[in-house]
Design a protein around this ligand. Structure first.
Ligand code: UDP
Length: 457
């Protein structure tokens, strides 16, 4: 007899920041007797250094099996071909699974690939969109989709107020794609996430109710929204899931022992952890300013510099770094670092996963957003949740060393930073409670599972 209640096919957009949250959500579903298969593109699978997870993995194709996105001529070419080849190969996969003892009956897809809904409909499957970004950001794109936010916004635009956004929207706080004319096709795709959303059975958001009450209430009147985050392995939160150690699907290999050994030798709350995530690139000048800002802050730091970014470091920076002062690594086990008692502050690009991880582990932030949704996340961190400061860029778009030094000191040392540190602790507690039994996200996941059709076979 089949012991599974239902079978969800999970379809992430092929990028680390999209795969991580969908994998964690999958584990939560699995703990509630839902069978999970994650469909990844062949090119994405090839790049995985770490492939250890309890869920099944199957391959589909984006039409660029050797290099994925990097092989495509441009972004539009990638998206177009992915739709064509992806729809076909996804259909083949569903047919293959139809003949197994546990056929698929639901597709959970990333709305960056909205064509998945059409495939789900063809096969009569339930479909759920999974937004990996927070609800305020999703709502901004929704307003672009509806034409309320015009592109690109100009100085003469009247004040635009958006639910969940603390004041009228300003160019420095909206996702970079909205204000950059070159990103027209990207923002078109992001706004397109909503084009067929009225056809889906459920809209899952990687956030939690308590964090974004106002905007969630507002959007729930339009779409069947369920917040299910934070999507952090259970061992860092409620500890209810077994065999739930790390991410399990990673493009980069973390330098685990090196980082943790070094952190173990640092005093409590003394270290600045610095990372700009998996894709963001800094300019040469910014890299230099950051290096000096960190050195001048007189705090110890653990800095993730991906190998492609390393040539931008000032000459002999790593060679001259004493081990008391700092450690530079190419990738680290971020959750273990954030959880470590020596970590006192996170200097971050404010990618949504990193932000949510810092919230969940109670680490105050220095926000240095670069592009995409990062400026909006930084705005929320500073002005709404009050769990960090934002390092201000000069007119050239560079954050200078003095600003970096001052921000780090503010968060870690001064009285002014006390409230920020206390707020960070408060959110950590809430984040744990929402995924624990009876918490807002746990209830939403339960409800989602209860509405899945049973497997017929
Ligand atoms: N991350 C990690 N080790 C690192 C740097 C990042 O494991 O050294 C993980 C981090 O925990 C997060 C993801 O990579 O889950 C980055 O996602 P985010 O949305 O913050 O940024 P993106 O990479 O999408 O810009």
């Amino acid at each position: 007899m089949n012991t599974h209640k239902a079978h969800c096919l999970i379809l992430p957009f092929p990028g680390q920041g999209h795969i991580n949250p969908m994998l964690q959500f999958s584990k939560r579903l699995q703990s509630k007797r839902v069978k999970i298969t994650i469909a990844l593109t062949k090119s994405c699978l090839k790049t995985m250094q770490e492939l250890s997870t309890s869920v099944s993995i199957e391959a589909i194709s984006d039409g660029y099996d050797d290099g994925g996105f990097h092989q495509a001529e441009n972004f539009v070419a990638y998206i177009t071909r992915f739709k064509e080849v992806g729809s076909d190969t996804l259909s083949q996969l569903i047919k293959k699974l139809e003949n197994s003892d546990c056929p698929v009956n639901c597709i959970v897809y990333d709305p960056f690939i909205p064509w998945a809904v059409e495939v789900a409909k063809q096969f009569g499957l339930i479909s759920a969109a999974f937004f990996t970004q927070n609800c305020v950001v999703d709502n901004l794109y929704y307003h672009v989709h509806k034409g309320v936010i015009k592109l690109p916004p100009t100085q003469n635009d009247e004040e635009i107020l958006i639910p969940g956004f603390p004041n009228s929207i300003d160019a420095s706080d909206v996702p970079s794609f909205v204000i950059s004319p070159e990103a027209e096709r990207i923002v078109e795709m992001l706004a397109n996430q909503f084009s067929n959303l009225d056809k889906v059975d459920c809209v899952l958001i990687n956030s939690f109710y308590e964090l974004e009450k106002e905007v969630i209430e507002w959007m729930s009147k339009i779409y069947p929204i369920k917040t299910i985050g934070p999507t952090i392995p259970s061992m860092y939160l409620d500890k209810r899931l077994h065999d739930d150690k790390e991410y399990g699907l990673s493009v980069f290999k973390p330098m685990t022992n090196e980082c943790l050994n070094w952190l173990n030798h640092q005093p409590i709350s003394s270290v600045v952890y610095v990372s700009f995530g998996s894709i963001t690139k800094l300019g040469d000048e910014q890299m230099e300013e950051l290096a000096w800002g960190l050195k001048n802050s007189n705090k110890s730091f653990l800095w993730v510099v991906r190998s492609t970014e390393e040539p931008k470091l000032p000459n002999n920076f790593i060679e001259e770094l004493t081990s008391e002062k700092g450690l530079v690594v190419s990738w680290c086990p971020q959750l273990q670092v954030l959880e470590h008692e020596s970590t006192g502050c996170f200097l971050t690009h404010c990618g949504w996963n990193s932000t949510l991880e810092a919230i969940s582990l109670g680490v105050p932030m220095v926000a240095m957003p670069q592009w995409s949704d990062q400026p909006t996340n930084a705005k929320l961190v500073k002005d709404v949740w009050e769990i960090g400061v934002r390092a201000k860029q000069d007119e050239k778009g560079v954050v200078r060393r003095e600003v970096i030094e001052e921000c780090i000191k503010l968060v870690m040392e001064e009285d002014k930073g006390k409230l920020i540190r206390e707020n960070a602790k408060k959110w950590k507690e809430i984040a744990r409670n929402v995924v624990n039994e009876g918490g807002s996200s746990d209830k939403n996941i339960e409800e989602f599972v209860s509405k899945l059709p049973s497997i017929e076979k």
